[in-house]
Design a protein around this ligand. Structure first.
Ligand code: SAM
Length: 145
């Protein structure tokens, strides 16, 4: 049976970074020395950010919208040694979802200022969650899941 293609994903905002070309992006973000970036949520979703300031680290999921989606194997170093797409963190994948654990610097309404992103300016935002480690520590302390 073919896999369903309509998963009902909607973008919840846009990521703004100083990276205007793929060649300018780091391969992975740097939470210490990376540039300050802005995650701008759709204004109607702002209430969904309530409580996020309690977390120093946030997991960001984004859609690498300019990536090819047809490569099952690839040679990330360009040395001819091909590896399977799912054994890599390459942006080129059937569903080009990128993830980064970023440092939350501050919140300004529906905008989060963060450090640690590696994506192009204008990359669509898919989801935000507290980083699993800091979330687990707080949840344990409060007896929550
Ligand atoms: N940190 C994410 C991860 O591990 O899932 C993404 C890692 S991927 C190696 C990061 C690279 O994707 C960047 O260096 C850049 O070349 C490319 N990239 C960034 N934003 C993109 C976009 N919007 N569309 C396509 N490629 C993008």
């Amino acid at each position: 049976m073919p896999l369903p293609t309509d998963v009902g994903l909607t973008f919840i905002g846009t990521i703004h970074t100083p990276f205007t070309a793929r060649g300018m992006c780091p391969r992975q973000g740097d939470v210490e020395d990376g540039p300050e970036c802005r995650i701008v949520l759709l204004p109607e979703l702002e209430p969904a950010l309530d409580g996020i300031e309690r977390f120093e680290r946030i997991e960001v999921l984004y859609w690498l919208h300019l990536a090819r989606r047809d490569l099952l194997t690839q040679s990330p170093k360009g040395d001819g040694a091909a590896r399977g797409t799912f054994s890599l963190r390459s942006p080129l994948r059937p569903n080009p979802i990128g993830t980064s654990s970023v440092r939350l610097l501050r919140r300004d309404g529906a905008t989060l200022l963060v450090r640690g992103l590696d994506c192009l300016d204008g990359t669509p935002l898919v989801d935000l969650k507290p980083d699993r480690c800091s979330y687990a520590v707080q949840a344990r302390a409060k007896g929550q899941d």
